[in-house]
Design a protein around this ligand. Structure first.
Ligand SMILES: NC(=O)c1ccc[n+]([C@@H]2O[C@H](COP(=O)([O-])OP(=O)(O)OC[C@H]3O[C@@H](n4cnc5c(N)ncnc54)[C@H](O)[C@@H]3O)[C@@H](O)[C@H]2O)c1
Length: 349
């Protein structure tokens, strides 16, 4: 099949492209390339790359496409809160428009990278896809609105699958170090200290980046009649932040690196939620299996550890990178903004 991956230049997107190619699919990436095209360099000759904004796509980008994995957009709370309008356009509106365009063209296979943060605020308990969610915050509200648009478009040959991805960990050629396990590895290497905000008792559902990619591939390859219109949590397990810190600390001790754990004040945004993953296993026979410990070891192999100071570069932290880009664009391009659709980010590599 030929698969369009929106956001294919991102943390999950690059790993998904690798996995699709390995499975014998053709890949077209549509990405505004906020992080440049370098993370795609190793597969650049094997993919088509369309440098466009998902809010203003040329319908021709869907020519010859059999399925879409839709990942483009702002991908965490801080960036969404930073510019809620752009966040809504990208995460909610653009998803609805892209899905409608796919339906019109008879493209039935469609996966959407939604977020398990939609379950935040429900209180104690482990929630499955039937839970009545009450998302709060710009990011999860926009993801939920996108989900609702997809559900309303499902049917008549259109078979979207909503994947509520847990917080992702693991190595990607487009590395993010603003995700809890990855952040702990960076802090351990750079500072030798991990801070447990509010004691680190909060729960979070987590999953490795290769398992997320696999879930998208399985859903794209599945019979649309079976998976179409369904919502699946994509989670390996639920962990307390404190537990994750201990896993990172223990792993690094095996590499002769001492790491201290320290209590710190409760963070401003305090997310705490757990969710179940049984439905994905039941429907697709696939359970995310890469453990936090396995993933930590892989990251320790792949990250530039000879010079850990490089891990502090803003490109690894979405909010730092976006604010830096905006400063640069404002300085050099006057009125133009990185959030609008008419500014090419091509030069930002
Ligand atoms: N990483 C996680 O822990 C996680 C968890 C749950 C859900 N998600 C969702 O999965 C998706 C991918 O996340 P990620 O971690 O790879 O994020 P990422 O920020 O690394 O990647 C997002 C990609 O989308 C591109 N993009 C952003 N806005 C765009 C636009 N307007 N037009 C075209 N391209 C645009 C960026 O250039 C980037 O390559 C996102 O939708 C995110 O909300 C991520």
């Amino acid at each position: 099949m030929k698969i369009l991956v929106t956001g294919g230049g991102g943390y999950i997107g690059v790993v998904l492209c690798e996995r699709l190619l390995a499975a014998g699919h053709d890949v077209r990436v549509l990405d505004r390339l906020y992080w440049g095209s370098a993370p795609l360099a190793h597969i650049r000759e094997r993919i088509e790359l369309v440098h466009e904004d998902v809010r203003a796509i040329d319908p021709g980008v869907l020519d010859g496409i059999d399925g879409v994995a839709h990942l483009a957009g702002l991908s965490n709370d801080p960036t969404a809160e930073y510019n809620p309008d752009a966040n809504w356009q990208m995460n909610a509106d653009a998803t609805a428009h892209l899905a409608a365009a796919c339906k019109e063209r008879g493209i039935s296979r469609f996966t959407f990278g939604s977020s398990a943060s939609i379950y935040d605020g429900l209180g104690e308990g482990q929630f499955d896809e039937t839970a009545e969610v009450k998302p709060r915050g710009a990011y999860s509200l926009s993801k939920f609105a996108a989900e609702q648009s997809l559900r309303s478009l499902a049917g008549g040959g259109f078979a979207p699958v909503i994947l509520r991805q847990g917080t992702v960990y693991g190595y990607s050629p487009r590395m993010r170090l603003d995700l809890v396990v990855n952040t702990f590895i960076k802090d351990a290497l750079l500072r030798g200290t991990l801070f447990l905000h509010g004691g680190g008792w909060m729960w979070r559902p987590l999953v490795d980046v290769t398992d997320v990619a696999e879930a998208h591939v399985r859903c794209l390859e599945a019979d649309p009649g079976v998976v179409g219109g369904q919502t699946f949590n994509v989670v390996h397990g639920n962990f307390q932040i404190r537990q994750l810190a201990m896993l990172v600390q223990g792993s690094l001790s095996l590499h002769d690196k001492a790491v201290r754990l320290e209590d710190a004040p409760m963070p401003k945004i305090n997310r705490n939620y757990r969710c179940a993953n049984a439905n994905l296993t039941e429907a697709l026979g696939f359970t995310p299996h890469v453990t936090v410990l396995e993933s930590i070891e892989r990251m320790l192999k792949m990250l530039p550890l000879a010079d850990p100071a490089t891990l502090a570069h803003p490109r690894y932290y979405n909010i730092d990178w976006m604010t830096l880009l905006e400063d640069i664009v404002a300085t050099h391009a006057g009125e133009r903004s990185i959030w609008s659709v008419d500014v090419s980010a091509a030069s930002v590599t």
